[in-house]
Design a protein around this ligand. Structure first.
Ligand code: DGJ
Length: 785
C-alpha cells in the first residue's frame, strides 16, 4: 500500500512487515524519514522527522533562510553535490550550456499508479498483484530544465520495494550524465555489518561479512559483466543479526553489466547506501527531450534475520521476476556432456550418453560446446553456428530427433556474444569485434567480444540463433559468456558515445534477449558465464536458471550455493553431480554428497555416464527417483539456511512447503572432527503443534570408505583390497545408518533433530553414523497430524 499525507507532503510505502516513509522538506528536497519495521499509517507522520534543529559548526547551510538546514546531515532520496552534502553522491550531471555541475532537485509533482512504469529496454520486476501500487515522484532541477522521475513500487506480500530513476533533459542543450545511481538511501545509524558476495572462477558467491566504519566502502564490477568478483548484492545487518533474528536490509540491482554499490558512514552517524550502474568509464549525453533510465533496484527489510531477508528476495524473484512460463513449472533433470567429453565427441558417443541418461531417469540431454565447425578446442570457431559434419553428420536436426526419440528433451549450448579470430564471422566482419583502434587486442579464453551496441550485430545474432533453435527443436538453451571485457570500443558509435559503451553493450544484449523471449517463450534458457560470472537479476529476468559455478565439487558447492542463497532461490541455481575426483579440485567426495548438494538446486548429471560402476548406476537411479518424488518441494519450497551450534565445518539447509507440513533438510560436513561432538538441527520454521516424522534419505556407502575396518562394518569377511573387496565396492549398495524420529514441531524448533553420534574411532555399531569427510545427509520431514 502507498498512502499519501498531502498536507505533510509525506509518502508512506507500507508492506506486510515494513514501512518506508519519505517527505518533501520545506526547502523542497525529498528526504527519507524512516525505513524499517512496519508502522501503522497515521495522519501525522511528520513526527518521524528526527533531524538537527541546531546550527552545526563547519557545515554549509543550504540557504540563508535556515542556517540549521544543511544537506550533509539530511537523509536524502537522491543525493547530488554542490549544495553542502560532502558525502559521495548518487547523481552527477554536467550542464553543457555553462559547464556547471551543481545540481539541486526539488519536488514538483507525484503520480500513483496501479501498474509499474515500463523501464525502456531494461528487465524489471513484473507489475505487482492488485492492491500493490507504484508511485512516481517528479523532482525538477531548480534552474536547469531537467527532471528526475523517481519510481517506487511496493510489493506488499513480499516485503519488497523496488526503485528506479529516469533523468529527462527538457532543455535544448545537452546534459551529460556522469553518474546515476538507481537509488540512494540514508539510514539513521552507523552500526551495520555489510554482507556481500565476492569470488572468482570456480569460487563464486563467497560470503563476506564485516563491520562498516566511518568512510566509504564500495564493491562493484568494471569487467563489463556483473561478475563473480562482486555480485550486485549487499545486505546491511545490525551487528547481532543472525539467520532467524535481528534487523537487516537487503539490496540488489536488476542489471548485468558494470555496477557499483557504495556505502558511506558519515561523521553524523548516518549510513548511506547507493546502487547503480558503475560510473567507471561511463558518460552519457542527453540531447533535448532524451531520457536516461537507470536499472531497477530491489530492496527489502527484515526484522527476522537474514533468513527472512533471503525469503523475501526469493519470493519476489520467483513470483515477479523470472519468466512467467517457468514460475511454477518443474525444471527437468538434465545430463550435460561437457565434463563427460569436453570437445571430443561424435554422434555415436552422444547417443550412448543419452541412452544411459534415459535409463537412469534423466529428462533433458544437453549438448554443450564443440558441436559447430572449427571448434575442437577453445581457440577457434565462435561466431558461426554451423554444425561440424564430422561430429554430427546428420546435423543438429538428426541428433536432436534421435535424442527426442529416446524420450528425452534436447538442449543446446551457445555463446552468441563472442567471436574467435579464427572464424568465418571474424574474417567477414572484423569491424564487429570489440577492439580498440590500432591496438593488438588482449584476449580472454582466446576470444573477442562482439559489439552488442551495434544493431546489425543484434540482427545477425537473432537470425543465426533463431535458425539454430528451430533446426534443433530445442527445449532448452545454455547461454554462455566466457570472457571479461578489454579494449572496449565500438566501430559503430561516434567518439562522443564511446564512454557509454559498457551500458550500450548491455542494452544491446537485452534487446536481443527480449526478441528471443518473444519468439521462444517456451524454451528454458540457462544463463552461464564460466559459471557464475554474470549471475544477476538482469539475466534472471530472461533466464530462470543459472549455471551457478563450474565447480561441482560437493564441498566447494556448499559454500557457493550458501553464498548465492542470500539473494537467489534454489530454483535459479543449476547444480550437477559430476565425476570424481572433481575436475576442478581433484578432490574425492562421495557420490551421495554430490547429489545431496545438487538437491538444493536444479539437479543434473555431468559425468561420463557410460563409465559408471554398477554401484554408481544403482545409486544414481535411486537419487533421481528421490529428486522426482520431492521435486516441487526441492525446487519451489521456501529455502532457509540453518544455524548449527559449534558446527564450523558443517552447514545445513532446509526447504519447506507453504503450509509447513513437509520439508527436506540437508546436513553437509567438511572435514570430520576428531571425536566429534553431538549435533542437532534446529528447525524454527515448522508448525509448533504439528507431530512430524523425520526420516533420513536412504543413502549408500562405497565400502572402500572403511579400508581395512571393512569387516567391523560388514557381517561377511572381506580381505581389504582383495578381489572380493573390489567386486563388493563396485556392485553392492551398503546402506548408511537410517535415522528416524517422531517429534513435535516445538521439539524440532527448540531441541532440533538429534543427529546420531558420528564415528569416534572406538566402535562401529548401529548407533554410529559414518558421515565422514565431505559426508552429507538428507532428511525428509512430514507432518503426521
Ligand atoms: C564454460 C561453462 O561454464 C562450462 O559449463 C562449459 O559450458 C564451457 N564454458 C564450454 O566451453
Amino acid at each position: 500500500m502507498i498512502a499519501v499525507n498531502n498536507d505533510e507532503q509525506i509518502f508512506h510505502l507500507q508492506t506486510l512487515n515494513s514501512s518506508y516513509v519519505v517527505q518533501v522538506s520545506d526547502a523542497g528536497h525529498l528526504l527519507n524519514l524512516y525505513y524499517g519495521q512496519r508502522l501503522e499509517h497515521r495522519d501525522n507522520l511528520s513526527i518521524l522527522d528526527h533531524s538537527y534543529q541546531v546550527k552545526l559548526g563547519s557545515t554549509t547551510a543550504y540557504s540563508s533562510e535556515d542556517e540549521r538546514y544543511c544537506l550533509e546531515t539530511r537523509k536524502q532520496e537522491v543525493s547530488t553535490s554542490g549544495k553542502g552534502d560532502y558525502r559521495e553522491s548518487s547523481l552527477h550531471l554536467i550542464y553543457t550550456d555553462d559547464g556547471s555541475s551543481t545540481s539541486d532537485f526539488v519536488f514538483d509533482r507525484y503520480e500513483l499508479n496501479s501498474n509499474k512504469p515500463c523501464l525502456d529496454g531494461l528487465p524489471q520486476t513484473h507489475s505487482p498483484a492488485d492492491g500493490d501500487q507504484s508511485l512516481t515522484i517528479v523532482l525538477r532541477e531548480k534552474i536547469k530544465p531537467v527532471e528526475l522521475h523517481l519510481h517506487y513500487t511496493c510489493f506488499a506480500r513480499q516485503d519488497v520495494i523496488c526503485r528506479s530513476m529516469e533523468i529527462i533533459n527538457l532543455g535544448s542543450t545537452p546534459v551529460v550524465v556522469d553518474k546515476a545511481c538507481s537509488m540512494n538511501l540514508d539510514l539513521s545509524s552507523p552500526a551495520f555489518d555489510a554482507l556481500h558476495l565476492t569470488g572468482k572462477w570456480i569460487a563464486e558467491g563467497q560470503l563476506q561479512r564485516h563491520a562498516l566504519y566511518k568512510g566509504v566502502f564500495s564493491i562493484g564490477s568494471n569487467r563489463g559483466v556483473s561478475s563473480a568478483t562482486h555480485n550486485p548484492f549487499m545486505a546491511l545487518a545490525k551487528p547481532g543479526c543472525g539467520e532467524m533474528t535481528g534487523d537487516c536490509y537487503g539490496f540488489s540491482l536488476i542489471y548485468s553489466g558494470n555496477h557499483k554499490i557504495t556505502t558511506e558512514v558519515s561523521p553524523y552517524d548516518q549510513t548511506r547506501i547507493m546502487l547503480g550502474i558503475s560510473d567507471f568509464d561511463f558518460r552519457w549525453s542527453l540531447a533535448e527531450g532524451e531520457r536516461f533510465t537507470c536499472p531497477e533496484a530491489v530492496m527489502t527489510f527484515s526484522h527476522q534475520g537474514l533468513g527472512k531477508m533471503s525469503n523475501n528476495f526469493h519470493r519476489i524473484i520467483k513470483t515477479h521476476l523470472i519468466p512467467q512460463p517457468w514460475q511454477n513449472k518443474a525444471r527437468p533433470i538434465q545430463a550435460n556432456n561437457w565434463e563427460a567429453t569436453y570437445f571430443n565427441f561424435d554422434e555415436g558417443k552422444l547417443m550412448k550418453l543419452a541412452r544411459k541418461a534415459k535409463d537412469l531417469g534423466v529428462e533433458l540431454f544437453v549438448l554443450d560446446d564443440g558441436w559447430f565447425s572449427n571448434r575442437n578446442d577453445e581457440t577457434s570457431g565462435l561466431g558461426n553456428y554451423v554444425e561440424d559434419k564430422k561430429k554430427l553428420p546428420g546435423g543438429l536436426a538428426r541428433i536432436s530427433r534421435k535424442i527426442r526419440q529416446q524420450g528425452l528433451q534436447f538442449g543446446l549450448w551457445v555463446e552468441p556474444e563472442m567471436v574467435s579470430e579464427d572464424s568465418d564471422l571474424f574474417r567477414q566482419h572484423p569491424e564487429w569485434a570489440v577492439i580498440s583502434p590500432k591496438r593488438q587486442p588482449s584476449l580472454g579464453r582466446r576470444q573477442l567480444l562482439l559489439d552488442m551496441s551495434n544493431p546489425e550485430v543484434i540482427d545477425y545474432l537473432y537470425q543465426q540463433l533463431a535458425d539454430v533453435f528451430r533446426r534443433a527443436e530445442v527445449s532448452y538453451v545454455k547461454w554462455d559468456h566466457n570472457r571479461n571485457f578489454s579494449d572496449v570500443y565500438s566501430n559503430h558509435l561516434p567518439p562522443g558515445q564511446q564512454s557509454g559503451f559498457y551500458h550500450r553493450y548491455v542494452l544491446g544484449l537485452y534487446r536481443l534477449l527480449f526478441k528471443l523471449k518473444e519468439t521462444f517463450g517456451e524454451v528454458l534458457f540457462e544463463n552461464c558465464s564460466s559459471g557464475g560470472n554474470r549471475f544477476d537479476l538482469g539475466m534472471t529476468f530472461f533466464m530462470p536458471q543459472t549455471w551457478t559455478s563450474d565447480n561441482t565439487d560437493a564441498y566447494e558447492r556448499v559454500a557457493i550455493q550458501q553464498g548465492f542463497s542470500l539473494l537467489y532461490p534454489q530454483c535459479c541455481m543449476s547444480a550437477h553431480v559430476s565425476g570424481h575426483p572433481s575436475h576442478q579440485m581433484l578432490r574425492h567426495t562421495p557420490i551421495e554428497s554430490r547429489f545431496n548438494v545438487s538437491c538444493f538446486g536444479l539437479s543434473g548429471y555431468q559425468l561420463d555416464l557410460t563409465k559408471l560402476t554398477t554401484f554408481e548406476e544403482k545409486v544414481i537411479m535411486k537419487q533421481i527417483r528421490f529428486y522426482k518424488q520431492h521435486r516441487t518441494l526441492l525446487q519451489q519450497g521456501d529455502f532457509y539456511r540453518l544455524a548449527i551450534d559449534g558446527g564450523n565445518q558443517q552447514t545445513a539447509w532446509i526447504v519447506v512447503n507453504d503450509d509447513k507440513t513437509e520439508a527436506v533438510a540437508g546436513f553437509f560436513q567438511g572435514l570430520q572432527q576428531a571425536n566429534p561432538t553431538l549435533k542437532t538441527l534446529k528447525l524454527p520454521m515448522l508448525n509448533t503443534d504439528g507431530l512430524y516424522q523425520v526420516t533420513s534419505r536412504e543413502q549408500f556407502h562405497n565400502i572402500r570408505q572403511f579400508g581395512d575396518l571393512v569387516n567391523e562394518e560388514l557381517p561377511v569377511n572381506i580381505k581389504d583390497r582383495g578381489i572380493l573387496h573390489g567386486i563388493v565396492a563396485n556392485r553392492v549398495l551398503h546402506p548408511s545408518k537410517n535415522e528416524t524420529y517422531t517429534l513435535y514441531g516445538d521439539q524440532l524448533q527448540h531441541l532440533g533433530i538429534p543427529l546420531k553420534s558420528q564415528f569416534t574411532g572406538t566402535e562401529m555399531s548401529e548407533q554410529v553414523s559414518h558421515i565422514g569427510d565431505f559426508g552429507t545427509r538428507l532428511f525428509h520431514i512430514r507432518q503426521l497430524q
